[in-house]
Design a protein around this ligand. Sequence first.
Ligand code: SF4
Length: 398
Amino acid sequence: MAAPLAVAPAATKEKPSLVGLSREGIGEQLAGIGIDRKHIRMRTAQIWNWIYARGVTDFSDMLNVSKDMRTTLSDAFTLKRPEIVTEQVSEDGTRKWLLRFPARGAGRPVEIETVYIPEVGRGTLCVSSQVGCTLTCSFCHTGTQKMVRNLTAEEIVGQVLLARDRLGDFPDKSTPVGAAVPSEGRLVSNVVMMGMGEPLYNFENVKDALLIASDGEGLSLSKRRITLSTSGVVPMIPRAGAEIGSMLAISLHAVRDDLRDMLVPLNKKHPIAELLEACRNYPGLSNARRITFEYVMLKDVNDSPADARELVRLLRGIPAKINLIPFNPWPGTNYQCSDWETIETFADIVNRAGYASPIRTPRGRDILAACGQLKSESERMRVRERMALTSMFPDTAD
Ligand code: SF4
């Protein structure tokens, strides 16, 4: 008789989350567990309010839902937040979370970073859209990390919920003692899609997440306070304006195609003229809804007065704001930050032409939380190991 086959224990299946679903999506899930169709609208509205306006993570806290229904919901679904691997607080109050999300399909668990930047009148959350990035912008640390996968809408909106949890930005929650937060108003008042990844390469999930973030019966962030930043995925820019309607930021960084081809290789596909044309036609563009152009200041690369004058010429006719970003170095980069005097001269030229061009004060540099420095810690360790190995055994350099 053949020996009985060993049966592997069934893998414990994660319950589906209701976070990141549209109202229709929640309704379908409720119908799927047999909730009476005529109650679905009301139940969805209740659940939506508890998740996004009250920040609950446990169905048993949904006090206007009957006890039996709470048990049914909790047996079928989860509202779990992302797992926090580390939380670092910079000496300037910037906070960075390394978050881990479970494997999707055959993949492995993944890690991304989310950064909170408190200022006097606002608190900005920099949210990631992908694990790694395909675009290899040469000044960006994330660009050196292999693309692993897109984040789901749940994982994108989960970053906002988690930040509000940790900062005490939901009703009945308190802010950690000593945390740097704006002195009044909402603690997470602005969201920028400027973390890891190119949001327009993950359009549907980013769109779903941002529509949830701006929903007036939940997180209620004004679309004027949500900024989607792209390195120039031109074909998706009109859709972003029409279907998401947030503010737009462009990672420009150079005024000549030959240089931009090097700094932002996507430029080879969608050169500057094409990109600026899409900006001119961005739905809803006006003086009140200006496009932000991000310009990283790289010493002796893109920082001359002639570059500044060309920038002014290129942007003529586009309601725009120019953010000058002093380069934030990361381990292994060959770029250096422009001298302060050079940055000021550049800013003067742009300001005199009538563009508001704040020099973005570097934030969170001591915890590698500044612009272009994000990367998952496991990747950072791999880079450190490779660098150590390369210095010990120079022949192993790739
Ligand atoms: S700047 Fe943005 S698009 Fe470019 S490599 Fe970094 S994360 Fe990707």
